[in-house]
Design a binder for this molecule. Structure first.
Ligand code: 13P
Length: 251
């Protein structure tokens, strides 16, 4: 039985005061509740402050991106080791906003995946098709390419440190979530890819989150699908009561 895993991706939102307040609210509301694994991923600049508040709680800390080198003359970049040093357990890689707005390709993402795993971080790797691709019945081809490319050279031993997040681009921030059936079908396809490449046992343990317009009122129907093991939450993770509403739906 896979334990549900809900992560909040705060994207480029909050300021220091809001980040601290939101974190404190989530920690308080989650006290004593270990039925679901929970992580929050603030902007880089607030990771340290948020990390101090979540220390000793059941909330894990994550980042939204990293560079693929350990250190060096890479102005403006952040290494996986720096994130681990601040107490991050997770890093989100290959988010659709990085693929489509910052031009990241699977080759770049693959380098980051290897670097993050080597530094001991767990990777939340995002995958997803655009609306045009779904309408052209290309969803599975696109996901296969993203999996082949982003996970090239990642071996079975590393899959314990991997979480996949299916985030259809057309569902992110739009209010149009995938239907529970669409999510289930796509997650089952993703799990079959993992099974084919890394074996059925590994695939059966892998956490696959759904992301894209998850709200407290649609969370239960998505999270109760057999292959949906959690959620990667954008907008609704910025309000403690909404985030907790989604977490409760996963119990
Ligand atoms: P929304 O929940 O705002 O649609 O964002 C989803 C997302 O991109 C999480 O990474």
């Amino acid at each position: 039985m896979r334990k549900k895993f809900i992560a909040g991706n705060w994207k480029m939102f909050t300021d220091l005061a809001t980040a601290k307040k939101l974190t404190q609210e989530i920690v308080t509301l989650m006290a004593g509740n270990n039925k679901v694994d929970v992580a929050i991923c603030p902007p880089f600049t607030y990771i340290q402050a948020v990390g101090e508040i979540v220390k000793g709680s059941n909330i894990s800390l994550g980042a939204q991106n990293c560079f693929h080198e350990k250190e060096g003359a890479f102005t403006g970049e952040i290494s996986p080791n720096m994130l681990a040093d601040l107490g991050c357990k997770y890093v989100i890689l290959g988010h659709s906003e990085r693929r489509h707005k910052m031009g990241e390709c699977d080759v770049t993402i693959n380098k980051k995946v290897h670097a993050a795993l080597a530094s001991g971080l767990k990777v939340i790797l995002c995958l997803g098709e655009t609306l045009d691709e779904r309408q052209a019945n290309k969803t599975n081809d696109i996901l296969k390419n993203q999996l082949d490319g982003s996970l090239a050279g990642v071996n079975k031993d590393n899959l314990d440190s991997l979480v996949l997040a299916y985030e259809p681009v057309w569902a992110i921030g739009t209010g149009h979530n995938a239907t529970p059936q669409q999510a289930q079908d796509t997650h089952a396809f993703i799990r079959s890819w993992v099974s084919k490449h890394h074996g059925a046992e590994t695939a059966s343990k892998l956490i696959i989150q759904y992301g894209g317009s998850v709200k407290p009122d649609n969370a239960a129907s998505l999270l109760h699908q057999a292959d949906v093991d959690g959620g990667l939450i954008g907008g609704a993770s910025l309000k403690a009561d909404q985030f907790l509403g989604i977490i409760r739906a996963g119990m």
